[in-house]
Design a protein around this ligand. Structure first.
Ligand code: F6R
Length: 607
């Protein structure tokens, strides 16, 4: 959450900074601001989206070819101009942008105030500007280093000083990437803001200090020792972070899923032989062979993917699995040890809660794996091994393609483990993988029904509530469908196991309550049909997702969405697509900003 962008070069900085902020806006859009070195430090800030800052700059353009910028997701202090970054010191010579949370900011603020510093915001970040001012003795880099020794918590920082033609950046627990151009440098919290300028990047590590100056870039550690970081290449194309003719990234990313699932599978399976190759797990195969238990930990949509993973691994690999919210795991004394495998599931690889759970699991000696999208992210780097899902940058705040990417990785992992541990016959593995290979084509067919799904969304777009019911491996899909609907359309929705309905939630049902059922061909479907009858008897309105050929639901449902019939274990791939579209259309019809739902931001980097 929050985005940082910085530019050091010879071009006019502010248009580049604005462009960088637009690329990062999905990380937070409560307010935005920038500072450029233009004879002194000149700072402009605006509440709301980046376009408000842009409007301000139209009336008041800034010269200068060095600057830092920030788009904010509020943690400490309401969204306001005062609380927007960059934050400045008393002299107005220093400007700071910050991602993360300074845990000891109150104590530092009290101390600095007692030394005469006057604060103008409610943020934790402002202490950094005053601390740097306190330590400044003519060398910004040194002052930042000294400030770092006082800061507790997490930070990605970029700092400028009016008297030095430099940007100094530092990282602890919040990502920062340096883009190396031709005689110019780009600094960002996320490579999506850099990719259009250069493909050569350096991912900073914790406690790295980066200085951008006329003589180039320099990375050092807290003791000033030089570091020679690896220059890596951005592997995806810039078009992937464009809307490409779609009105919203969310819709584009829903439509990308068939090709992205193929990307996740590429080079990793041989369906006819029933074999899966996960190179990232080769070195830990011994421990996987002996694993006593798997604990999957994640948040939100990635947690739902983990629940599907549980079904897959228990069915195919016969290993007991527990799925924990990362946010809850850290509140427990988890029974994790060296015989356990801990899997962190994350799109961003930066979710602070999942990172905390991962560190806890590591400290207990568990083997840690990451199933992550963002290459080089903190979770990917801090796990012992893992598999990237390779679905490309996900910009829509509501996760869609990363979800099916995670499902794909779980199918591969479950088959891999099943074969490794001898619990899955090659013929069974072959059947699953062959069906997996056909999933993209099935999704294409569902996407052809987009207009029908939009019509259903229109019918229910004025509803205040929705219930989503699913059973077995489709219960997590009910949860995911409900989450998608509420986060983008603001319609309250709950996901419930179908048969739990009669244990309480059925009291909510009347003619104003739409209920969405997910049916698959599994054993439970007869019972789910019984649940539909119960809703019908109470005048609830029913939308049902049913496999083609399932005609019994027509007797109860007001609306049917038919999806191709597949192996039960793969049915979540197909039941989730209509739910993503339903949420998207409901939001769009209700006039919501689909890609930037209120109060949300992509990548929750605070606990
Ligand atoms: C929902 C959504 C969130 C994320 C959650 C975890 O659409 O995007 O619920 O799934 O914040 O994020 P990652 O996967 O980046 O760890």
């Amino acid at each position: 959450m929050c985005g940082i962008f910085g530019y050091f070069g010879s071009r006019l900085a502010y248009p580049l900074l604005l462009n960088g902020l637009r690329r990062l806006e999905y990380r937070g859009y409560d307010s935005a601001g920038l500072s450029v070195l233009d004879g002194g430090v000149r700072t402009l800030k605006a509440v709301g989206k980046v376009k408000n800052l842009e409007a301000l700059l139209d009336t008041c353009p800034l010269a200068g070819s060095v600057g830092i910028a920030h788009t904010r997701w509020a943690t400490h202090g309401v969204p306001s101009t005062q609380n927007a970054h960059p934050h400045q010191d008393c002299s107005g010579k220093i400007a700071v942008v910050h991602n993360g949370i300074i845990d000891n900011y109150k104590a530092l603020r009290t101390l600095l105030e007692s030394q005469g510093h006057v604060f103008t915001s409610d943020t934790d970040t402002e202490v950094v500007a005053h601390l740097v001012e306190e330590f400044y003795e003519g060398e910004l880099e040194e002052a930042v280093r000294k400030a770092m020794l006082e800061l507790e918590g997490t930070y990605g920082l970029a700092v400028v000083h009016a008297d030095e033609h430099k940007i100094v950046a530092a990282r602890k627990g919040s990502p920062l990437v340096l883009g190396i151009g031709e005689g110019e440098y780009f600094l960002a919290s996320d490579p999506t803001a850099i990719a259009e300028h250069t493909r050569n990047v350096i991912y900073l590590d914790d406690f790295n200090v980066l200085t951008l100056a006329e003589d180039g870039y320099r990375v050092t550690d807290l003791t000033k020792a030089p570091i020679d970081p690896k220059v890596e290449k951005i592997t995806w194309e810039v078009e992937e972070i464009e809307r490409g003719g779609f009105p919203y990234f969310m819709l584009k990313e829903i439509y990308e899923q068939p090709s992205r699932i193929l990307d996740t599978c590429r080079g990793r399976m041989n369906p006819s032989a029933g074999e899966v190759y996960l190179g990232g797990l080769r070195e830990v195969s011994d421990r996987l062979l002996k694993a006593r238990r798997i604990v999957i930990s994640s948040c939100g949509t990635s947690w739902h993917a983990g629940l599907v993973g549980e079904y897959l691994i228990e069915s195919l690999a016969k290993i007991p699995v527990e799925v924990e919210y990362s946010t809850e795991l850290v509140c427990k004394e988890p029974m994790l040890g060296p015989e356990d495998v801990f899997i962190a599931v994350s799109q961003s690889g930066e979710t602070a809660d999942t990172l905390a759970a991962l560190r806890l699991a590591s400290s207990r000696g568990a083997l840690t794996l990451g199933i992550v999208n963002v290459v080089g992210s903190s979770i990917a780097r801090q796990t012992d091994a893992g598999a990237y899902i390779h679905v490309g940058p996900e910009i829509g705040v509501a996760s869609t393609k990363a979800f099916t990417g995670h499902l794909t990785a779980f199918v591969l992992l479950a088959v891999y483990l099943g074969r490794l541990r001898g619990s899955l016959e090659a013929s069974q593995a072959s059947q699953i993988l062959t069906e997996l290979a056909a999933i993209p084509a099935h999704i294409e067919r569902i996407l052809e029904r987009n207009e029908d799904i939009r019509e259903i969304a229109r019918v229910y777009s004025r509803s205040s509530n929705f219930l989503y019911l699913g059973r077995g491996i489709n219960f997590p899909i009910a949860l995911e469908g409900a989450l998608k609907l509420k986060e983008v359309s603001y319609i309250h929705a709950e996901g419930i196991p179908s048969a739990e309905m009669k244990h309480g939630p059925i009291s909510l049902v009347d003619e104003t309550m739409p209920v969405l059922f997910i049916l698959s061909k599994g054993d439970g479907s007869t019972r789910v049909l019984g649940n539909m009858e119960e809703i019908r008897a109470r005048k609830g309105r029913i939308v049902a997702i049913v496999p083609e050929g399932e005609e019994r639901a027509t007797a109860y449902a007001d609306h049917l969405i038919r999806v191709p019939e597949v192996h039960e274990l793969l049915s979540p791939f197909l039941s989730v697509i209509p739910l993503q579209l339903l949420a998207y259309h409901a939001a769009e019809i209700r006039g919501c900003d689909v890609d930037k739902p209120r109060n949300l931001a992509k990548a929750v980097t605070v606990q």
